[in-house]
Ligand binder design. Structure first.
Ligand code: SF4
Length: 496
């Protein structure tokens, strides 16, 4: 028997003038309780229910608690309402390498809240361990066809998984995955790999178990990525987890790169097993070529293929007439040590091609510890320090560069592009703010030169520099002028 989730209803915030909702007497402040007799759970569920049929039967509640029914001929379309933001579901697990547990003290509260939400998994590709998902929620995923879902498997061997997620009831991840697959839901999977925890035979079994669940047609495991564990300098009172150093990363890349190709061949040429860029950058070796990555760049947001895609785009861009827009520009590019060699190489190629003067500096992460090398976790103060050090090294002249570029990924917030979602009432998205609450305009004022986000590629970057030439990127101009692509990489991902 299908299990149902508890009824809550969703509040109406705006009713569009002249809309079906207005005609039906729905007003801001009312609550949509039911559509077709089914409880409305959240915005995603509203979309599913309202578009399911050509007519909609609504049960609406007034703020005073009275209710009324409305019948609308909506032709399977929305009825002209904006609904209240949904609360992000907060995770109650205890993964041994959870990044939130390793956060230094003093950041804003919302950064310490852990989200584990199947809606974010479906909408934005966030990974969920499914630990907070009971059978009713799995049924909902199937019923609303929220496919594909992104699942952090970590290990299929039950004892190993319990060790990783820190929950004795969550060893059997394959049961939950099988529930979704049987309902026709596709699943992208990942494992965060830590030496001695879920590598070796445990990893081998994870690969085999998930590969056995890949098939043609609906209800397939579409991919499995492995990402090296990320540890900060702030692991007080946490279980000991070994970091992935250069030697381990090299061994892993050497061992599994041929396997990626083997699985790809068996999968009709489409890569299925995916290795995150960090295996190569930590090992200090070149990322593989384009054919190594899926045609749709599956799991790009998880740091799989970002470096290769950036290199490919850059080479095309440098050959294009638009690249001349960089000519003569003196620009300081700040990034994390992981991405620095790639960005430095591209900057040198661009300089040679068009006569620009781009310089790359790898900023150390003093906030989380120097073991954290990804651009996305650099804080405003880390970038400020790196820019000041560069200016001092160049003689301290206030006009030592024409512009400073910061990684777009460092300007995103905890849960990504979640306009619709809040964490305990706090709107999560705050564009133009670093993790430590320094804002881009504050950093620009401190440095005294235009300071712009990188975007995801050189073309975005040039747009931003040209916008800065026009005086944009000051105060409130940020939102309307910048490319948000590359802003929302999950933690651990690269971004130029
Ligand atoms: S890693 Fe994710 S699932 Fe695990 S404890 Fe942290 S937020 Fe929860």
């Amino acid at each position: 028997m299908e299990r149902r989730l508890a009824q809550k209803g969703v509040q109406v915030i705006v009713v569009e003038p002249g809309s079906l909702a207005e005609e039906a007497g729905i007003r801001p402040g009312d609550t949509l309780l039911e559509i077709h007799g089914e409880a409305v759970l959240d915005q995603l569920n509203y979309q599913y229910l309202i578009t399911r049929e050509d007519q909609a039967e609504l049960l609406v509640q007034r703020p005073d608690g009275s209710t009324f029914e409305a019948f609308l001929e909506n032709g399977g379309e929305g009825i002209g309402v904006d609904l209240a933001q949904d609360e992000v579901k907060v995770c109650r697990q205890n993964c041994v390498f959870c990044f939130v547990h390793q956060m230094p003290k003093g950041f804003r509260k919302s950064l310490y809240l852990k989200d584990e939400d199947i809606r974010l998994s479906f909408l934005y590709g966030h990974f969920t361990t499914l630990s907070s998902s009971d059978d009713a929620e799995l049924d909902r995923i199937v019923r609303e066809r929220l496919s594909p879902i992104h699942v952090s498997v970590h290990a299929t061997e039950p004892e190993a998984r319990i060790r990783v997620v820190g929950n004795p009831r969550e060893g059997d991840i394959l049961r939950k995955i099988d529930h979704l697959l049987a309902g026709g839901i596709d699943v992208h999977t990942q494992a965060v790999v830590a030496p001695g925890l879920n590598d070796g035979e445990i990893w081998q079994r994870t690969v085999e178990d998930l590969w056995a669940r890949r098939k043609a047609g609906r209800g397939s495991v579409l991919s499995l990525s492995c990402v090296p564990v990320g540890l900060t300098a702030h692991r007080e009172n946490l279980p000991v987890v070994q970091d992935v150093g250069p030697a381990f990363a090299r061994d892993w890349a050497v061992r599994w790169t041929p396997e990626v190709r083997r699985y790809s061949k068996a999968n009709g040429g489409e890569p299925w097993l995916l290795l995150a860029d960090e295996w190569y950058t930590r090992a200090g070796i070149e990322v593989p070529g384009r054919a190594f990555y899926s045609r749709s760049w599956a799991q790009l947001e998880n740091g799989v293929g970002l470096v290769r895609r950036f290199l490919e785009h850059s080479r095309r861009f440098i050959r294009s007439p638009r690249a001349k827009g960089f000519a003569g520009r003196r620009v300081l590019l700040l990034t994390g040590p992981s991405f620095a060699p790639t960005l430095g190489r591209v900057a040198a190629e661009l300089n040679r091609a068009v006569g620009s003067h781009l310089r790359m500096v790898a900023a150390k992460n003093f906030s989380f510890g120097e073991s954290v090398t990804v651009a996305g976790l650099l804080c405003g103060q880390d970038l400020r320090y790196a820019a000041h050090a560069d200016r001092d090294a160049k003689g301290g002249r206030p006009d030592w560069v024409d512009a400073v570029v910061v990684p777009s990924a460092s300007l995103r917030t905890h849960t990504g592009p979640t306009d619709q979602y809040t964490l305990r009432g706090v709107v999560v998205r705050e564009e133009g703010t670093f993790l430590d609450d320094l804002t881009l305009p504050q950093l620009a004022a401190d440095l005294g030169v235009p300071t712009v986000p990188s975007g995801a590629n050189l073309s975005h970057l040039l747009d931003h520099l040209e916008a800065a030439d026009r005086g944009a990127f000051q105060g409130g101009a940020l939102r309307s002028t910048f490319h948000s692509a590359g802003m929302n990489q999950p933690q651990g991902a690269y971004n130029p």
